[in-house]
Write a protein that binds this ligand. Structure first.
Ligand SMILES: C[S@@+](CC[C@H](N)C(=O)[O-])C[C@H]1O[C@@H](n2cnc3c(N)ncnc32)[C@H](O)[C@@H]1O
Length: 271
């Protein structure tokens, strides 16, 4: 199989070959969340068959860097248009909000929980959004195929916290996934991470500070405690506000500029 096999866009999603879908023996490459909830209603099934067939992306979970150019997923978008990417969009409130306000941007979202995925399809239909593509599985399947420096913005909003120590390796924020994001993000691209969970807040702060390719865009507490105006509340955020959300914004450092490392000053920027 080569990198262009098992890609379907705007068509029926292609099932990953047996053994690939979650079949990676390596636990670091597996998805541990849930995929299925209550049975889909007739309306939800018709959304899947209609909007889903039009905007859904189907790929296998193989690792083929450069095999999938994200701009090719958008027929009507300007050649140089920015592509934004959301990991785990839940029911798609944030993704749909961004798509409606940024019609010149192409937005790609990933959500393995089918009932959540269908929630986005509903919003796409309702708002008539033409600039969204979606993948109903692990975001890394797409990231593993994207070429270098192709994304202008990445959102990771209220990722599953996996608060127990023995599950820490399941957290999305971890060195291998950050290396992957650093590869596919363009110089100067922004990574937004939202969390209300104290364990995840500290974890994110420490891991991001240790990564040489990201720079934290915060000067003081207001910058991480106050929600930016172009960052709408997500479903999880509304549910969990008693903890107080943290709004992390990082910039992907310029590749040619200083070969920055985690300097003591950088490390000090943790909370
Ligand atoms: C706690 S929910 C937050 C949903 C939404 N972002 C919000 O703030 O309302 C985390 C979501 O991330 C999804 N998720 C977890 N790991 C993922 C992965 N590797 N790729 C894509 N989505 C993932 C889960 O299915 C779940 O819906």
């Amino acid at each position: 199989m080569n990198g262009s096999d098992h890609i379907a866009v705007g068509g029926k999603p292609v099932a990953a070959p047996p053994g690939e879908r979650d079949g990676h023996k390596d636990p670091a490459r597996r998805f541990f969340g849930r995929r299925k909830g209550p049975s889909l209603s007739a309306r939800q099934q018709s959304l899947l068959a209609g909007v889903g067939r039009r905007i859904g992306i189907g790929v296998s979970s193989g690792e083929y860097p450069g095999a999938l150019e994200p701009r090719d997923l958008f027929a009507g978008l300007e050649g140089g248009a920015d592509i934004w990417f959301e990991i785990g969009f839940g029911k798609g409130e944030h993704l749909a909000w961004q798509a409606a306000r940024n019609p010149d941007v192409g937005l790609i979202g990933c959500e393995p929980y089918l009932n959540g995925y269908v929630g986005l399809l509903d919003k796409i239909q309702d708002k008539g959004l033409g600039n969204v593509r979606a993948y109903a599985d692990d975001a890394r399947h797409l990231l593993w195929r994207f070429p270098d420096a192709c994304l202008a913005r990445v959102f990771l909003l209220h990722p599953d916290p996996w608060p127990k120590n023995r599950h820490a390796a399941r957290r999305f924020v971890r060195p291998d996934n950050l290396d992957l994001l650093a590869r596919v993000m363009a110089d100067g691209a922004e990574l937004r991470i939202g969390t209300d969970h104290p364990v995840y807040r500290r974890w994110t702060s420490v891991h991001m500070a240790a990564h040489p390719d990201f720079e934290w865009l915060a000067e003081g507490p207001d910058d991480w405690r106050t929600r930016p105006v172009d960052w709408p509340e997500t479903r999880y955020e509304v549910k969990a506000l008693e903890g107080g959300a943290t709004y992390f914004r990082y910039r992907r450092r310029c590749r040619r500029c200083a070969a920055a490392t985690a300097t003591p000053a950088n490390m000090a920027k943790t909370i």
